[in-house]
Design a protein around this ligand. Structure first.
Ligand code: GLN
Length: 511
């Protein structure tokens, strides 16, 4: 009974929020517009039915509260989250405008060369440029050539590794593959001191991981499984395909990958009975899987969301698989630029020679940039530039959290984390008259006029408790010496209540 009543009240509240002119009904476009601004579309499974129902209504249909209740009956919670700013990026619209600005800025770059060692890749259009992102709540945004497909190339490596981990477990997989950056090119003819590939994010390691998975199956089935995995990770977005042309083209200049295979075989790095030719072919097939930036961004979001696809809610990878994968993407995912990337960008990512970069911001979003011209290390020039710009604006670096008072922005929904705690620390110091602690907080950039839920500030508390030196200090530091708390009281009111005459004099400005 209570739940039903609650549901009704919440429906009415949501409806009132939409019906801002108090007309008793809203246009269906109002609802669609609000969803669109939040980054939610019909590909989000929790909203697909609602979108279908809305689409079936006539163009200018008005929706009253009863119809709204009917339409939202099964979607109230996610809809409420979306309309009340409770998604992981509440102001998604503004965030996307920033992404657009960075996109247009980056689009002006002209440098880089398309990879031509695989003939099919050499045909890529250098002017193509697309960016897509998907949050862990399934908010999506894309800009640029987002309908063009491209091959994942090296970005298949995290997925091959994850599959190996899930089939054989971490111990067995790492009996065959190391976990150190190689410090060399992705296809360098080199192994670690144990005669194993350095890590699963470079060619040797991915070929090894490919040899480990579904060894009992033929390549047709292994490829079908891999495409299925990409489909699930990308939330079944259309556009996951396979480029036969690229696959055939990969076989042509494959000497280096064969050389890596034979080198590993010579070092007895493979499990017994590994069919090398079949393994290499499967690896080339995985590189030739084709998708769009939107599908790749959603796959990255699945990694950001601990293995659960944000669009479908389906568990694609176990959380510990994702943790291992992100750790290696962080240290080894950007070829011989990995150390610099970890230092300046500080995020797990994987690059491919088709010009795509898949970036994961754990617990926030997956991001993909695709632009074929590459720098000398094999990373997309625009991809790297875009990320550098993004990281100048937003506190997304893994260790930006230590710069709590830096000037980078953070679009995440505030969880009342440190900001809330720091206000409480300030208020506590103020009520104790601890000037040293307040000076320390000021030195690290804490806003001395910040207030708690009740609107109480440091000045209110210092005045109420009669801490004259602290009041003297605070009034020199803050602009407003008469802030109102939730009961309408100023610090002067508090001082009068406590009969602290010197403070009353100071705050009332009289002698
Ligand atoms: N198919 C490519 C190769 O094996 C993948 C390399 C890459 O994207 N870095 O050479």
């Amino acid at each position: 009974m209570f739940t039903v009543e609650n549901h009704r009240l919440q429906t009415e509240q949501l409806f009132r929020g939409l019906d801002q002119d108090h007309q008793g009904s809203v246009d269906k476009q109002t609802i669609l517009y609000r969803l669109q601004r939040a980054g939610i579309d019909h590909t989000h499974q929790l909203f697909t039915e609602l979108f279908d129902q809305l689409t079936q209504l006539p163009e200018h249909a008005r929706i009253d509260c009863a119809l709204f209740a009917q339409l939202t009956e099964h979607h109230l919670k996610p809809l409420a989250k979306c309309l009340q700013g409770e998604l992981i990026i509440p102001d998604f619209h503004s965030f996307c405008r920033e992404i657009e600005t960075i996109y247009h800025h980056t689009a002006q770059l002209q440098s880089g060369h398309i990879a031509n060692y695989i003939p099919e890749l050499a045909k890529a259009d250098p002017t193509k440029f697309a960016v897509s992102l998907c949050t862990v709540d399934g908010q999506q945004f894309s800009i640029g050539d987002t309908n063009s497909g491209f091959c994942v190339q090296s970005i298949c490596k995290p997925f091959i590794y994850n599959t190996a981990l899930e089939q054989l477990g971490e111990t067995k997989v790492h009996q065959h593959i190391g976990r150190e950056p190689s410090g060399q090119a992705f296809n360098e003819l080199t192994l670690n001191k144990k005669g194993l590939p350095h890590n699963p994010m470079i060619n040797a390691g991915a070929i090894m991981a490919a040899s480990l998975i579904s060894a009992d199956k033929g390549n047709a089935d292994r490829l079908a499984d891999m495409i299925g995995l990409w489909q699930r990770a990308s939330g079944n977005l259309s556009g996951i395909g396979f480029s036969n042309a690229t696959h055939v083209s990969e076989l042509d200049p494959a000497d280096r990958n064969y050389a890596l295979g034979y080198f590993m075989r010579e070092n007895q790095a493979f499990p017994p009975n590994t069919n090398l030719t079949q393994t290499l072919e499967f690896y080339f097939q995985c590189c030739s899987i084709e998708l769009t930036t939107q599908a790749l961004a959603c796959s990255a979001a699945t990694l950001a969301n601990a293995g659960i696809c944000p669009l479908t809610g389906q568990c694609v990878f176990a959380a510990d698989t994702v943790k291992n994968c992100l750790s290696l993407m962080y240290s080894c995912g950007m070829y011989d630029f990995s150390g610099e990337w970890a230092f300046t960008i500080g995020l797990p990512a994987k690059s491919g020679v088709s010009g795509a970069i898949m970036v994961v911001i754990p617990d926030l979003l997956g991001l993909t940039i695709w632009s074929p011209p590459l720098d000398t290390l094999g990373n997309s020039v625009k991809g790297i530039h875009f990320c550098q710009q993004l990281l100048q604006t937003y506190a997304f670096h893994n260790y930006d959290s230590v710069l709590k008072y830096g000037d980078k922005r953070d679009p995440r929904r505030q969880q009342h984390g440190w900001q809330f705690n720091i206000t409480l620390t300030l208020l506590d110091a103020a009520s104790r008259g601890d000037l040293d602690e307040v000076l320390r907080l000021a030195a690290i950039g804490v806003d001395l006029s910040s207030a708690d839920y009740d609107g109480r500030t440091a000045l209110h508390l210092a005045a109420a408790e009669g801490h004259l030196p602290l009041v003297c200090y605070l009034i020199k530091q803050i602009d407003d010496i008469a802030p109102l708390d939730r009961w309408g009281n100023t610090p002067l009111d508090d001082a009068q209540r406590g009969r602290h005459s010197s403070i009353i004099t100071l705050l009332s400005g009289s002698d």
